[in-house]
Ligand binder design. Structure first.
Ligand code: URA
Length: 190
């Protein structure tokens, strides 16, 4: 089998040149993902925003700073984990991604996950959660570990939603505390 860096880089080129949906026409560039391909825990958001579209790196704006500090509170560095999105090109004016855009992009994240082979996927927000569990209700299932066979999904609120709502922020923080307990039990260090 080819090594994972080669596979990932080949996939990254496909993502960067993707024209499967309308978003490539308005975005500056695709945001492929960031971090370690050996990560046991990965974080999946919705879609790049303005700062991510400009830099090509996921979660670098205000929501990204919150996510980075929550990751550090887990005792990890940002470069120990992998961070990506279900949608690789920024939707105009940060609107919600459309169904056909999510479907056009679906296979890229599926392939990224099969290269990285994480143990835990932390989904950030409802779009990311529903990518894995289509009928799942984030308000009910957040903070619980869901067995998906070859990996487990741990849904939490989106950091951007937490920045807008104090209750969501408190819930996000307590879900990260629960996540840190789960990681200790499972002996996950990165
Ligand atoms: N919000 C997301 O869902 N993803 C990013 O990369 C940035 C903000």
């Amino acid at each position: 089998m080819k090594n994972k860096i080669e596979l990932y880089e080949k996939l990254a080129l496909q993502i960067k040149s993707c024209q499967k949906c309308r978003l490539c026409e308005t975005a500056t560039q695709a945001v492929v993902g960031d971090g370690s391909l050996d990560a046991k825990i990965i974080f999946i958001g919705e879609a790049p925003g303005k700062n991510e579209d400009a830099s090509g790196i996921p979660f670098v704006g205000r929501a990204g700073k919150l996510l980075t500090s929550l990751i550090e509170e887990l005792g990890l560095k940002r470069e120990d984990v992998w961070i990506g999105n279900i949608i690789k090109h920024r939707p105009p004016k940060n609107r919600d991604p459309l169904k056909d855009e999510i479907e056009a992009c679906r296979d890229f994240l599926t392939q990224q996950i099969s290269i990285i082979k994480p143990e835990i996927i932390v989904t950030l927000g409802r779009f990311s959660f529903n990518y894995f569990v289509p009928d799942g209700k984030i308000g009910i299932e957040r903070g619980k570990l869901i067995d998906m066979g070859s990996y487990r999904v741990f849904p939490v609120y989106h950091p951007a939603a937490a920045l807008r709502n104090k209750n969501f922020l408190n819930t996000l923080r307590s879900d990260f505390t629960a996540l840190s307990e789960i990681m200790k039990l499972k002996n996950i260090e990165s």
